[in-house]
Design a protein around this ligand. Structure first.
Ligand SMILES: *Cc1c(COP(=O)(O)O)cnc(C)c1O
Length: 395
């Protein structure tokens, strides 16, 4: 099996598994207990917090462990909105291409009377800082813009956004789930107030993540109960996963340069070779892009069918259709970068990891054109394009 869906989730690294194992049957104490077993657990917990903090240039007491990216996004937005309500500011700025963990939370805030501005991202999938400056008002309580996009891999101008938010004294949250452990993230230098990260996107286990909150910024309790996580988020800590996440992040950061070089080389081979497919188009920006992200559209085919045939050929990929949500609507991200519905439907996302091999990519480069050709041969749309009854959208 060739696994090219690493934006969906990643394999847990061997060293990560190894670091987690003692916490199931050896150091299984509850970090809140005062006895020795509890204190050992507590020490490992705080050690993990220090490691995670260091990897994004935060302080340990600015890191709150959560159940993952979705919870962190929810918590950040809930907190900023609660603060906004207290100070009488009810305007939020975000981008059109956020993850649903952000967009659906904002839908809820809209019901609670918040006004939301969705910044456009243009064809390259990147927000314009000018647009942000124009959108900020005295009523703005939160700017939440993702660090890197999970579908088209575009990286936003986070430092510049942070600078604008700082000047206007507006809370800046970034969903950095696709960025942390993959590209450099420095919360201090980038003026980030809140940041979400998730372990399973960088070779740790699922169901563990963190929210970074800059000291001095408001943070309201999200889960009530015990006094864990500085009394802000109750629940016995998922220590094995937290330790694994710290291990994975340290490895990710220490190997970043070589992983980036490896992924970029293989990813660019995919772009170069698969661009030879007629009437195909690369989605997103080629420069400000995650090293492991490939996204292209092929005219005249359905992404869903493409996925199924690729799966038959042993390749795990992802498409631009929101099949996961059970709807046939194409992804809001592909529509936001200006793709017409029918083109967005024929999209393919391949996301690599440090474990992806040259051989796997060569195999993919061989199979994808065959599958696209096969699907086109069945496609009535392709047939009428070929006959000239319809005009190609992608030349
Ligand atoms: C995966 C992902 C999330 C959700 O993280 P979970 O840990 O799966 O809840 C949020 N934002 C982005 C950009 C993601 O890629």
């Amino acid at each position: 099996m060739i696994y090219l869906d690493n934006a969906g989730t990643t394999k847990v690294g061997e060293e990560v598994v190894k670091s987690m194992l003692p916490f199931f049957d050896e150091f299984y104490g509850n970090a809140s207990s005062l006895h020795t077993a509890g204190q050992i657990a507590k020490e490992h917990l705080e050690n993990a917090r220090e490691k995670v903090a260091k990897c994004i240039n935060a302080e340990p007491n600015e890191i709150y462990f959560t159940s993952g990216g979705s919870e962190s996004d929810n918590w950040a937005i809930h907190t900023a909105c609660r603060y906004g309500e207290l100070v009488g500011k009810k305007h939020i700025i975000t981008s059109a291409i956020e993850h649903h963990a952000v967009l659906h939370t904002l839908d809820e805030m809209k019901k609670r009377g918040f006004e939301i501005t969705y910044l456009p991202v243009y064809e390259n999938g990147i927000v314009k800082v000018e647009d942000l400056k124009n959108a900020i008002t005295d009523n703005t309580c939160l700017v939440t813009i993702m660090f890197a996009n999970n579908e088209v891999g575009t990286i936003q101008p986070i430092s510049q956004i942070g600078e604008v938010c700082k000047q206007h004294n507006v809370i800046f949250h970034t969903d950095a789930v696709q960025a942390v452990g993959h590209i450099p993230v420095n919360v201090k230098a980038m003026n980030i107030d809140m940041l979400s990260l998730s372990g399973h996107k960088f070779h740790a286990s699922k169901g563990v993540g963190a929210l970074y909150v800059k000291r001095g910024k408001p943070l309201f309790n999200f889960v009530y109960g015990g006094a864990q996580e500085g009394t802000k988020r109750a629940g016995t800590e998922n220590l094995a996963s937290i330790v694994g996440m710290a291990t994975a992040l340290e490895i990710g950061v220490s190997q970043m340069e070589q992983t980036t070089a490896h992924e970029t080389q293989l990813r660019d081979m995919l772009f170069k070779q698969l661009s030879k497919i007629p009437h195909s188009k690369i989605n997103g920006d080629l420069t400000n892009r995650l090293p492991n992200n490939f996204n292209m559209s092929f005219e005249g085919i359905e992404g869903e069918s493409l996925l199924l045939l690729l799966d038959d050929a042993g390749i795990c990929a992802s498409s631009g259709s929101a099949c996961t949500s059970g709807s046939l609507d194409p992804s809001h991200v592909l529509l936001a970068i200006g793709l017409p519905h029918e083109i967005a439907h024929g999209s393919l996302r391949l996301t690599l990891s440090k474990y992806t091999t040259l051989q796997e990519i060569e195999q993919t480069i061989k199979i994808v054109p065959e599958v696209v050709e096969k699907l086109r041969s069945y496609s009535p749309v392709w047939n009428s394009l070929q006959k000239g009854e319809k005009q190609y959208v992608i030349q």
